[in-house]
Design a protein around this ligand. Structure first.
Ligand code: ADP
Ligand code: MG
Length: 332
């Protein structure tokens, strides 16, 4: 007998107010247990709608959403909406008690029947999320990123099978984010927790996810491993979501020495090398954007603009003339 899928959407539609252009449509999806799945897409593409359908905060109009073979009940069918085996954290998760300490906020999720167990579990989850040093602080005195850690600690302390994250790191600064992303990955590896996250940050999904789901106008246009989707996206839309790519028309591509019979040519900045100047290959450095160990160069030739990475930071200045070698491109 085939194994029962873990978390699954079958031909799911959920639109708002009957409008064709909003919500999600024709969603067929299986979430792999014990992995991190990231849903990416432009704002309004249906990411939050999909997550809410998985959690049971919305009911599908058509199709079903199942958890381990059982239909997930919608908000009309349940006293407290939300699936019991799942937890969801969003930017707006604000059920924290600001005036209580971190420890008490987390411990409050457990019953008081076994005090020792309660203490052990609280310490365990605070350690997993690198928060023991904050345990005696009031939540009101924490930074935004630290508050999100408390929300996540509260969400996972009772060992849900699925953690749903709807852009919870948006307000968190970069250095903080990376630590939290790493800790979540670690927890997934250690405990087998399944994470489904929504994000619009390419760096975040590329480094965190085992599987990516690309949503466009409410439909899944592509799925796969982050590396596959980064290196050979089937859709231009995916390339634009995941990279800071140059998108050229066929005529513009000719200026780069590329003949294409399709509509668009995509060149990632790291696929371009600076080379010797030739008569037909002369680019002017328009801008140098210092990025630390590399520069982003904005180059121009016959009205065509290209963004190029130069890892020998400081080598070029505005007004310099350079040649280019394009190692790879994609056509759409
Ligand atoms: P995302 O999370 O990708 O930004 P959402 O799932 O929130 O997208 O929304 C998808 C589409 O559905 C958007 O066009 C949005 O305006 C619309 N939408 C979302 N929630 C509602 C609602 N409660 N009522 C009407 N339209 C909605
Ligand atoms: Mg959203």
């Amino acid at each position: 007998m085939a194994e029962v899928p873990f978390l699954q959407a079958i031909s799911v539609n959920r639109t708002y107010g009957g409008a064709e252009a909003s919500g999600v449509k024709n969603i067929n999806l299986e979430i792999i247990p014990g992995k991190i799945t990231a849903i990416i897409g432009q704002s309004g593409s249906g990411k939050s709608t999909l997550l809410r359908l998985f959690y049971g905060l919305l009911s599908p109009e058509k199709g079903t959403v199942n958890f381990k073979g059982e239909r997930i009940l919608g908000p009309e069918e349940k006293l407290i909406p939300g699936h019991d085996a799942m937890k969801m954290v969003t930017q707006h998760t604000d059920d924290l008690n600001l005036f209580a300490r971190v420890w008490d906020n987390v411990a409050a999720m457990l019953p008081s029947t076994n005090v020792r167990h309660k203490e052990e579990k609280t310490e365990q989850v605070l350690t997993q999320l690198n928060m023991m040093h904050l345990s005696l602080k009031r939540v009101a005195d924490l930074s935004g990123g630290e508050k999100q850690r408390v929300a996540i600690a509260r969400a996972i302390i009772n060992r849900p099978e699925v953690l749903l994250l709807d852009e919870p790191f948006n307000q968190v600064d970069t250095s903080f984010r990376e630590g939290l992303q790493h800790d979540i990955r670690q927890i997934v590896q250690e405990t087998g927790l399944t994470v489904v996250m929504v994000s619009h940050d390419p760096a975040e999904v590329l480094s965190m996810a085992d599987e990516l789901i690309v949503l466009k106008d409410g439909e899944i246009v592509e799925t796969g491993h982050p590396k596959t989707l980064y290196h050979s996206p089937v859709n231009l839309y995916t390339a634009e979501l995941l990279t800071n790519c140059n998108v050229l028309t066929v005529d513009e591509a000719k200026v780069c020495g590329i003949e294409s019979h399709k509509e668009a040519v995509v060149i990632y900045p790291e696929w371009i090398r600076i080379n010797n100047v030739l008569k037909t290959n002369k680019w002017t450095v328009k801008q140098v954007l210092f990025k630390g160990f590399y520069d982003d160069l904005i180059l121009e030739n016959n009205g065509v603009i290209l963004r190029v990475i130069n890892d020998d930071s400081g080598k070029y200045k505005e007004g310099d003339i350079v040649g280019l070698k394009i190692k790879k491109w994609l056509e759409y």
